[in-house]
Design a binder for this molecule. Structure first.
Ligand code: PHE
Length: 328
């Protein structure tokens, strides 16, 4: 009898292709009114001996059936997954999803523009170390150990006489030590100072300029810088040269540009220091007295970018805020 049941359920399962159909087969045999359930119910009418025998047989059949049903269920489910997967196709002809490309940091953009303008003027580009010695950063630029000018450029000191350079001016000395005039270079790079407020960050960028020849004049200096400003900002910008002091230039000046500050007021912002190379510096690099003259300048790149893009707080450049950066 039970063997017969097993053969029949196997036949039934052969025609099953969904979970629903499987449930129907299951209830046909094992449901409340299923054939096996009814058989089990009828056991009570048998004598004890037969009841034991038949009971064991039925239980055995029931277990085998449950196993068959379980296996069939697994098979149905895995066939379903296979079918789904084979339906999914990759359409290589679809256009790609738009992806957002990064853009150049505004400071890199401005640095690139500044370098391009001076290369156009015939300046060669050369880069120097950010870790400098006290000698190149201060001493050889006519800033001796106890000079008050050191206070204006307080920096980060490293082991020995090393420090993070406070300006790109050390490159003036490094270049002149190795070359005889004519020299016409710019040197872009990072510089460091213990400073932080709306117009100062501890790290910022400068472009140093140096032009040394037999006769270089203050007129040349003004001409180069005025032409630079009008190329960089356009003709409408208002600039002024203001007398200043740097130990390594004489005379010295700063160049201010008119801009609108955070509170909406028009004021001047200092964007570069400049002057005629101090003969003391020529002595340090071993040039003959009175043989050459030179002009030098150091441009603050972040300041230029603030004016160009109308940004009132320099610290925005270094907060890595994509909402800010993606505007450029
Ligand atoms: N190094 C000066 C500074 O960082 C700028 C400067 C450069 C001034 C060259 C004169 C000549 O403030």
């Amino acid at each position: 009898m039970s063997d017969n049941h097993l053969t029949r359920i196997k036949d039934d399962l052969k025609n099953v292709s969904s979970e629903n159909e499987l449930m129907n087969v299951k209830s046909k045999y094992l449901g409340k009114k299923g054939e096996i359930t009814l058989l089990t119910n009828s056991l009570k009418d048998l004598f004890i001996e037969d009841r034991k025998k038949q009971g064991a047989k039925i239980n055995n059949t029931k277990k085998k059936m449950e196993l068959l049903l379980e296996n069939k269920l697994d098979k149905i489910r895995s066939e379903l997954i296979d079918a789904k997967l084979s339906e999914e196709k990759i359409d290589v002809t679809l256009p790609p999803r738009g992806s957002s490309f990064g853009s150049m940091h505004p400071i890199s953009q401005v640095l690139g523009e500044v370098v391009a303008i001076f290369t156009d003027f015939g300046f060669e580009v050369t880069e120097g170390p950010e870790i400098e010695t006290d000698y190149y950063n201060f001493e050889s630029l006519n800033i001796p150990k106890d000079h008050p000018a050191r206070d204006m450029q307080d920096t980060f000191y490293l082991e020995g006489d090393k420090l993070l350079r406070t300006h790109t001016s050390p490159m003036q000395v490094r270049i002149m030590e190795k070359n005889k005039p004519p020299i016409k270079i710019i040197s872009p790079g990072k510089v460091y100072r213990c400073d932080s407020d709306v117009t100062h960050t501890p790290m910022f960028h400068q472009v140093e300029g140096l032009f040394v020849d037999e006769i270089v004049t203050f007129g040349n200096l003004k001409g180069i810088l005025i032409e630079f400003c009008s190329r960089f900002f356009g003709k409408d910008i208002k600039i002024r040269f203001r007398p200043s002091y740097f130990p390594f230039t004489e005379p010295s000046a700063e160049l201010d540009i008119e801009w609108t500050d955070k509170s909406g007021d028009k004021t001047w912002m200092e964007v570069l220091g400049c002057g005629m190379v101090n003969p003391k510096v020529f002595e340090f690099v071993g040039y003959q007295h009175n043989q050459f003259s030179g002009l030098a300048f150091g441009i603050g790149i972040e300041r230029l970018a603030m004016i160009k893009f109308g940004i009132t707080d320099i610290r925005y450049f270094y907060q890595n805020d994509l909402k800010f950066l993606s505007q450029f």
